[in-house]
Design a binder for this molecule. Sequence first.
Ligand SMILES: [Zn+2]
Length: 372
Amino acid sequence: MPLFADILGQELALTVLRQALATGASHAYLLTGPPGVGKSEAAIAFAGGLTCSEGGCAVCDTCRRVRLGLHPDVEIVSAEGAFITIDQIRAINKDVVLRPFEARARVYVLFDAENMNREAANAFLKTLEEPPGHSHFILVSSSPEELPPTIVSRCQKVPFQRVATSLLADHLRSAYGCSDVEAVAYARVAQGRLAYARELATDAGTRAHRERLVGWARAAATTGPLDAQVMLEEILASVEARADARVAVLEAEKADRLQWAGDARTKSRLEKQHEQRVKRERRRAVTGGMEEVLGTFSHWYRDLAAAAVGADDAVLNHDFLFELRGQSFPGMVDRYLGAVSAVGRTRDRFRYNVDARCALEEMLFSIREAFQ
Ligand SMILES: [Zn+2]
């Protein structure tokens, strides 16, 4: 199995990373691009390549343990709470000067690196300016513009991009046996996000959740104020429930991971890592869940507009094409687009960390208004 087997459609990024492994890696890399396109998976695989004595064979004990997050020379760092704190960076600065425990390098993977607050970034900069010879830093960020330029300029950039829809659809057909209609629908609604497309193809819970979201989107145009309130609560509860389910999967894996711990020190390190991972993944699940809600609502009204003017090829929810054709009317296009705008405004508000309940409530209100 090749090192980057899980990644699809990222030739430029993988060329940079493969070349680094073949000819000698720099000290710092910054993996950028939209969420869900394979940055985190590539970062972990790359860390395996930097530590494995074969340069990333993907099958040896080192590669396997790095992949499971269990290698003592590969440290995964992510925000504790809202930020990557100065204490976390100080711990790295202290740790990085030590020789590797067993591998040929020490690697630090910083997920959502833009979460470093100013203090943390300043402390981190010192280490980036004079990194010990055996150290490598892999920063992962979907919002690199939020990182201080002084940090960005010291990293080699590795750009990831949205995966092309046709490539994604082919992958869903060949790897998971999706039908043509499913493959095209999942690839289109995923909008280049490999992770979401894969989830739709492989997980019945994700598919059921999408259908519920489509149902709510469909109903939002005609739902009265009281029912809208019920819908709002149901949407919020469904996002929380999906995040809880994700945490439950991680908790179930915990025992498996801890059985690798030989001594008490390793066990406590792994436990701490596990806690961080749970927090990180829960936060991601909630953010991703909200994005899924907004995406589904926006796509639904966009699709009604497309179907109304006969632009079937532009329809994202390809598996709902017949319904969309039957339920859309050319005279309503302005209203459909009004609903799309309402979702767009909500997305903007989310960027400024507005309360989710408040923002969604206003979205449902504006959609209803667009149809009056
Ligand atoms: Zn290996």
